[in-house]
Write a protein that binds this ligand. Structure first.
Ligand code: GLC
Length: 740
């Protein structure tokens, strides 16, 4: 449709029709089922209002959505097609590692390809918009949704936001097998007080701009067609009713002209937040903030028309929202083809595309992080004197729930468990399997994402599993122990105050370790955990997060050395929960703790300051050495650049991939500056013994920050450059930025 035709359509629509475009319902109003990812209100909506709906969410399936679209358009006065939206967070039918694991790959291009595949599979299932990427910067592992983020660093998150938008949308999301991306949750939802879901966010303006906003902007500059508001308050104003944030910053300053959708029921929740006296005021505040779509409440439907007729809401606000929604539908080509890519044959084929599964398997070693390895991994498939039997024990050997809490559309039967993958390995060594326990304790019940999860086993059954596991461990040479959070212990609504592996699983670990010290732990989780005890006792620790459909294959490929782990932490692992929030890009303070004994410095008396494992850290099956860090200049003028080069050598006996990281420290500024910040990295493949020189360009823009007047500038002075394999990099050179 041309812009003029769109404008004519808009002018021809009644006010009720226009307001209908702002309504988003779950699919069960049309397709007999839908998925509630939040509280479902009894929607007091007339049949007439339902017939004017603009979009539905969480219903999928080519056949179902084609049928819904057909019947809906027939009854709509202008036959305006529905938008179909869903949470395709880390894959649709082929499920990839959760986003925090993708962040650990330090490979935005990997995430881009995952997004492209996810777009194809979900587009063929009839989806037009995915509520992804989640771009919230996270530094608090108590929050259950860190699993959806790509970590604690603004620079890394920005690269991923851009890459994922490009992967989902391509150059034009109206093209085949592309979907519109939705940047969420705007803004700063990743910093809820206490790590508690839906809680307030208290940030200084400078921290907000310096750390939390950049990645959203990267995603928007990459052309994301949609942004979702966040549940939290910012400056004590709920984002969904925050006109300064949404109109002032997002639309006017950043120039976002796409669709702004509320999060689930977030417009109604302005009343709960106590900034709206009633539904009418909630409608007014959200419309004033430029929120275009009311997700699953009837606030806009039941109050906007009256507010417009009483001149409390300019009809121009409604028209602006409707125009943006119709423009999105037009960009998707829905007026010409309301089904877009819905393809029943593809959508229901017996197997997912083999190439997608292959990619999912090959991605896993890039995302897992080897935290410890006392010459234990990889195992040798061949029988050797020293290795007669390896026991594979733990609840995650057979567990199919390895895709993370936000994987909603896959078939668990299509997941490759560790046990399934093990059975396919052509081992000469015996590799018996024992469960040891379940992910939940006996009788434990957890409010799951879609329904409660409960472990109905009895204590006696649990005792039998444990006894069998300990016996097996005793008679084996080595033990691989697959443990972790239940996959429903992270994700939305799953904040934890203790970030440990469940105690009954730790009991399994202790009893196995007591009879056999040769234990390696494979850790499944949706967040960094307190792994102190396991790290102290196990010979090796491999953090696998939730690896998705090909979990078993990808992990076994690493365990048996068919490929090396090359993940590096995108989020710090705390020493304990008392350290939280702990992250590398912190300020110096006036009394930084040093090695010297000193009571009066920024420290704890009962724990170290340093996390157990820091940002950027990860081991490989080989080792690396850095030398000859060189700068092309010792001083630069404004707008000038300089080149940094460093030599990295694979000093081990196996090929590997090293993430060469470059950090910058602005030694003095008009405001306190971080002790260091990641400004560049390169994942480099190196053969055993090979040396490569890696070069980076330090640009003038990299030196900028929000100064004491909140101006985004670079200030003259000394800068330090660090290069190495994690955020503790010690190889350093310095340069000076001249004032002119
Ligand atoms: C949820 C989440 C949001 C998701 C939306 C739709 O409450 O906060 O990330 O996209 O509702 O399911």
């Amino acid at each position: 449709m041309t812009e003029q035709q769109l404008e004519n359509l808009l002018q021809d629509m009644s006010l009720e029709e226009k307001i209908g475009q702002l309504l988003q319902l779950t699919g069960d109003f049309f397709a007999g089922e839908g998925l509630a990812t939040g509280p479902m209100e009894q929607m007091q909506l007339s049949e007439e209002q339902v017939k004017l709906t603009g979009s539905i969410l969480s219903t999928v399936g080519a056949k179902r959505l084609r049928s819904v679209q057909d019947s809906f358009q027939k009854s709509h006065p202008h036959h305006i097609p529905l938008l179909f939206m869903a949470d395709v967070i880390n894959g649709y039918r082929t499920v990839f590692p959760i986003p925090i694991a993708q962040g650990c790959a330090f490979s935005p291009e990997l995430a881009k390809e995952m997004a492209r595949i996810s777009a194809k599979e979900s587009a063929r299932a009839g989806i037009h918009v995915t509520f992804s990427p989640m771009v919230d910067l996270v530094r608090d592992p108590r929050w259950g949704r860190v699993l959806e983020s790509t970590g604690e660093d603004p620079y890394l998150n920005g690269l991923y936001a851009k890459a994922m938008v490009e992967g989902y949308q391509g150059k034009d999301f109206g093209e085949q097998d592309r979907v519109c991306a939705c940047i969420k949750h705007f803004a700063a939802y990743g910093a809820p007080t206490g790590g508690r879901e839906y809680n307030q966010v208290e940030l200084s303006e400078r921290s907000l701009y310096e750390e939390y906003l950049p990645a959203y902007q990267e995603g928007i500059q990459a052309g994301a067609g949609m942004v979702m508001t966040s549940f939290n308050t910012l400056g004590r104003i709920p984002c969904t009713g925050n006109a300064e944030l949404m109109q002032g910053l997002l639309r006017e300053k950043w120039g976002f002209d796409g669709v702004l959708i509320s999060d689930w029921a977030a417009i109604r929740e302005l009343i709960e937040h106590s900034i709206a006296e009633d539904e009418a005021q909630a409608a007014y505040l959200a419309s004033k903030a430029g929120v275009d779509i009311d997700m699953v409440t009837n606030i806009y439907s039941n109050h906007l028309a009256k507010l417009v007729r009483e001149k409390q809401v300019p009809e121009a606000w409604v028209d602006a929202s409707v125009r943006r929604i119709l423009t999105l539908k037009n960009k998707l080509g829905l007026f010409e083809n309301p089904y877009k890519d819905a393809d029943e044959v593809y959508d229901t084929m017996d197997e997912p595309e083999p190439a997608h599964r292959t990619f999912a398997r090959e991605a896993i070693p890039e995302t897992v992080v080897l935290l410890k390895n006392d010459d234990f991994l990889p195992l040798n498939k061949k029988k050797t004197k020293a290795c007669s039997q390896v026991a594979f024990i733990g609840p995650y050997m057979e567990e199919q729930g390895v895709c993370g809490a936000w994987s909603l559309f896959y078939d668990p039967e299509e997941n490759i468990t560790l046990a399934k993958a093990l059975a396919e390995c052509d081992l000469e060594i015996a590799a018996p399997v024992a469960k040891g326990c379940s992910t939940l304790a006996p009788g434990q019940r957890l409010l799951g994402f879609q329904k409660p999860v409960v472990n109905e086993e009895t204590m006696e059954q649990q005792a039998k599993y444990l006894e069998e596991a300990v016996r097996l461990a005793k008679e084996s040479q080595k033990v691989i122990l697959a443990l972790g959070e239940c996959n429903q212990m992270s994700g939305e609504g799953a904040a934890r105050t203790e970030i440990t592996i469940p105690e009954h699983q730790m009991e399994l670990f202790r009893q196995v370790h007591a009879v056999n010290e040769n234990v390696a732990v494979i850790c499944f989780s949706g967040r960094p955990l307190d792994l102190r005890e396991i790290s102290a006792k196990a010979k090796a620790v491999l953090q696998v997060w939730f690896p998705g459909s090909e979990a078993g294959h990808g992990i076994m490929d690493v365990i048996f050395g068919d490929t090396s782990p090359s993940g590096r932490l995108a989020m710090s692992f705390p020493y304990n929960v008392g350290q939280v929030p702990v992250y590398y890009r912190e300020l110096h303070t006036g009394r930084r703790a040093t090695a010297q004994e000193n009571r009066f410095c920024s420290r704890y008396i009962d724990a170290p300051n340093e996390p157990l494992y820091c940002f950027g850290y990860g081991l490989d099956y080989t080792t690396y050495a850095y030398e000859q860090l060189q700068l092309s200049k010792q001083q630069i003028k404004p707008q000038e650049e300089l080149t940094v080069s460093v030599k990295v050598t694979n000093t081990g006996t196996r090929a590997g991939k090293e993430v060469v990281q470059l950090y910058l420290r602005d030694v003095t500024g008009s405001v306190a500056r971080p002790v260091r910040q990641l400004v560049a990295f390169e994942k480099v493949a190196l053969k055993a013994g090979e040396t490569k020189q890696v070069s980076f360009t330090i640009t003038y823009d990299m030196l900028k920050f929000y100064d004491s007047k909140m101006q985004y500038v670079a200030e003259p002075g000394k800068f330090e450059v660090y290069a190495g394999g994690d955020s503790r990099a010690s190889l350093m050179e310095a340069f000076t930025l001249l004032s002119k």
